[in-house]
Write a protein that binds this ligand. Structure first.
Ligand SMILES: *Cc1c(COP(=O)(O)O)cnc(C)c1O
Length: 394
């Protein structure tokens, strides 16, 4: 059989970055506020322009961006922030970090926010974080309508959905603030890092100062000069800045973005069509207004018991494909019942049912279609072997 591709390796960092890294190492100029037009400042300009938003602030992680977003919104201690119950543990953690209380919203079989539960909980919250989990975009028209009517600000956690579009608009530009990650498993890889974008000069000014633009370092964010003075010395300095080396690794990758998006979508759709041929596997449709940028595939198991599920995962692993069932792998950070740090865990039967049958397989953009075929075949065969064990003849 063909060799199973490695889905964990990332793409090499473009050579243009390496030359620039060398130059920076020679000069020792690693801190973003030492010089004007530092690599971090240039990354902010380029990223904002690429996404079509007015302002960007690069920080140490997407978690930091989410934290600073809540702080920039001026939410008081114990403000209630609604988040989807299907997200990464970093999201409720950012809420707790900002001294706020996470309110978990049900998610459906298609991994997206359950709008009935969302509408029911909205009157009781002060802000909303929409996690486009694994790039699956919830109905942003309905969500923005509900939140605008209620006067509730929306932060988009687009950590893992850079390049996704909703109705022709870039994800991350629809809510008040959009946050992205540069951690190695995301579309742009700096090891660690994050960035937030907004069109609101007041929000970005507050976030810039709190990210650690102490004294008059905010003068190195030239597009914003008029918004800073009133916040001088009024806000804490949380020091969550990005350094020049990280920004230097990201900047040339911006040119790779469209290829990664196109190839990732091609790979995803190729594998999805094969999985959907199996009676025991189902890939939920994307929403009509959504253009995704996947680097992994999620699918639901159909009519499998927990024992079947364990056998299926084992069969695929034996053939070389690691499948994570969100709700069944121990201590999974995407299973809300493991977020014991938020206090009492609510009962969310829809999300729980989905997590118990929802599978996750990495499918990086750099894979060829032949390599995708190998992965798809192993998954389909594992399901068949689990659900229709070969008859013993003779
Ligand atoms: C990765 C991720 C985060 C956290 O990003 P960091 O940069 O590692 O802090 C938050 N939300 C989602 C949906 C993610 O995938």
């Amino acid at each position: 059989m063909s060799e199973v591709p490695n889905v964990y390796d990332t793409e090499p960092i473009p050579t243009a970055a390496m030359d620039e890294v060398n130059r920076i190492l020679q000069s020792g100029d690693l801190f973003r506020y030492t010089s004007d037009n530092s690599p971090v400042a240039l990354l902010e300009q380029e990223f904002a322009e690429k996404l079509g938003s007015k302002y960007a602030l690069a920080v140490s992680s997407c978690s930091a961006a989410l934290f600073l977003s809540l702080k920039a919104l001026g939410l008081p201690r114990d403000a209630r922030v609604m988040i989807p119950a299907f997200t990464f543990g970093a999201v409720p953690s950012a809420v707790v970090h900002a001294d706020c209380i996470p309110v978990l919203c049900e998610c459906g079989d298609n991994y997206r926010i359950d709008l009935d539960d969302f509408a029911a909980k909205l009157p009781h919250v002060d802000a909303v974080i929409i996690s486009h989990m694994r790039g699956h975009t919830s109905d942003m028209d309905a969500i923005m309508q509900l939140c605008d009517d209620a006067g509730v600000p929306v932060v988009e956690d687009a950590a893992h959905s850079l390049g996704t579009q909703w109705d022709g608009r870039n994800i991350g530009t629809i809510g008040k603030i959009g946050c992205f990650s540069f951690q190695s498993y995301k579309l742009l890889n700096a090891g660690e890092g994050g960035i937030m974008i907004t069109d609101d000069p007041n929000l970005i000014a507050r976030a810039v100062i709190m990210s650690g633009a102490y004294e008059h370092n905010w003068k190195k964010h030239p597009v914003l000069l008029n918004s800073f003075a009133k916040w001088q010395n009024k806000l804490p300095l949380y020091n969550q800045r990005l350094n020049n080396l990280s920004a230097t690794l990201i900047r040339p990758q911006l040119n790779e973005l469209q290829r990664r998006v196109t190839d990732g979508r091609r790979n995803h759709d190729h594998v999805a069509s094969q999985l959907n041929q199996s009676a025991w596997l189902s890939v939920p449709d994307s929403l009509p207004k959504e253009e995704r940028a996947p680097d992994s595939i999620q699918f639901n198991l159909v009519d499998m018991t927990d024992t079947d599920t364990a056998r299926f995962v084992e069969a695929a692993a034996a053939a070389g494909v690691k499948i994570q069932v969100f709700g069944q792998s121990p201590d999974n950070a995407r299973a809300y019942w493991n977020w014991q740090f938020i206090g009492e865990i609510p009962d969310l039967p829809k999300t729980r049912a989905m997590l118990m049958k929802a599978c996750d397989v990495r499918l990086p953009a750099r894979l060829t279609l032949d390599e995708c075929d190998v992965i798809a075949q192993i998954i389909v065969d594992a399901a068949t072997a689990t659900m229709t064990p070969a008859r013993a003849y003779g």
